[in-house]
Design a protein around this ligand. Structure first.
Ligand SMILES: *Cc1c(COP(=O)(O)O)cnc(C)c1O
Length: 388
């Protein structure tokens, strides 16, 4: 028996593990310390009532002969696809068979590679959310990294090299930067010219509120010929524990792409949870949308407050306008793990050292507004006290 040797390339999971071990050790030694975690990439608000009510009803459906659901369609129920088409892709001419409902963008952005030849050249701009590279490693594909530079405001620039597949994530995790029409147009043009496919992770679309930032890559002309867009219900409706996501494979990408992928999906996946899909459907109601927008506004307010505080303390800060994440440049002449240790010990604040997102991230850290308002205020108070 031989193991997949590419699995040994996965380092970053260990780094998140190292981080939680360090926090655990510190907590054990300092049990009375009140630690504020601004490292979190998870939401802190509970699921709103209109959604949990719909999920309760879905559970009841399962206990009655007339409404019981067994295996559903592998690509998802039309009741949810209908809402997605009407709301997220209004005025775009996608059909039911171009939408795939799934149980998490994390798995989706990697398993989509089964669509492409094993020798396809894959480009991943970095610093980046580590799951792309780790997921790609699991599938034994090679990665070409494209450095995202501070001088470009952390917007990835189209390379001279020709790649078959490019991962883009906007609003970006970890930098918190959202890409504009102009930025994305260049990538769409690049993809058309090079016969490349863009895998567009739009998990934070609900956080976009600046007018020159497209909510979907398909707002760029011809993107439906080159891009597969991924969206998740984890961040906008707190479904990180429930699991529901979707992606779009436009028929215009090439002949037959949907038939190929549908065949693959029917054989590899039995569909997302009915209860989760009913909850996701309910999130599109008018009343739910009002509450969801309020929740997102709270997270963005947290992020803005943090950004303002860091700026006032003389830090260079990126992101946070259309994203819950800030990418902060370290002022001290220390690396990002040293800064993590410093903040943990002196300020009792948890941040994520930038190096976890790639070696280029070592002079930065990621901090998030997804926590509670109280925690954000506490953190700001401690930062001000420490730096003033
Ligand atoms: C949180 C997050 C996701 C969501 O993944 P799920 O599996 O749907 O929970 C996807 N991409 C990025 C960049 C994220 O930060």
């Amino acid at each position: 028996m031989k193991l997949n040797k590419d699995l040994s390339k996965i380092k970053e999971e260990n780094e998140f593990f190292t981080l939680s071990e360090k926090v655990k050790e510190f907590k054990e030694k300092n049990p009375h310390c009140e630690i504020v975690s601004l490292g979190i990439g998870d939401v802190s608000k509970p699921i709103i009532k209109p959604i949990t009510e719909a999920m309760h009803n879905a559970v009841d459906d399962l206990s009655s002969m007339e409404t019981f659901k067994g295996y559903g369609a592998s690509t998802g129920y039309n009741f949810l696809k209908q809402k997605i088409l009407e709301n997220d892709y209004k005025n775009m001419d996608f059909s039911f068979d171009e939408i795939y409902i799934s149980n998490g963008t994390k798995i989706d952005v990697c398993s989509i590679l089964e669509l492409f030849d094993i020798d396809s050249s894959i480009c991943i701009p970095t610093p980046i959310y580590p799951i792309y590279k780790n997921g790609v490693h699991c599938l034994s594909r090679n990665i070409n990294y494209l450095l995202i530079c501070e001088k470009d405001n952390f917007v990835p620039q189209v390379p001279k090299e020709k790649y078959d597949i490019v991962y883009l994530c906007s609003p970006n995790n970890p930098t918190g930067i959202a890409y504009s029409y102009e930025n994305l147009k260049k990538w769409v043009d690049y993809a058309i010219e090079n016969h490349a496919i863009i895998l567009y992770d739009n998990a934070y679309s609900a956080f976009i509120n600046t007018t020159n930032i497209p909510k979907s890559i398909y707002e760029i002309e011809c993107a439906n010929k080159v891009a597969i867009e991924f969206r998740s219900f984890s961040k906008n409706i707190s479904f990180s524990g429930v699991r529901c996501s979707y992606y779009v494979i436009p028929n215009k990408i090439c002949d037959n792409i949907n038939n190929i992928w549908k065949k693959r999906t029917i054989n590899r996946f039995n569909g997302a949870d009915y209860i989760a899909q009913k909850g996701a459907e309910a999130s599109y109601s008018k009343e739910a949308q009002i509450e969801i927008k309020e929740n997102i506004a709270d997270y963005l307010n947290n992020t803005k407050k943090l950004k303002k505080a860091f700026k006032k303390l003389g830090f260079t800060v990126y992101g946070g306008e259309d994203s819950p994440f800030l990418w902060v440049k370290i002022k001290e002449h220390i690396n990002s793990w040293d800064l993590f240790n410093l903040y943990l010990k002196k300020l009792n604040i948890i941040i994520i050292p930038g190096i976890i997102f790639g070696i280029e991230g070592d002079s930065f850290f990621r901090i998030s507004g997804l926590g509670s308002r109280e925690d954000i205020e506490k953190a700001i108070e401690r930062l001000e006290k420490y730096y003033n």
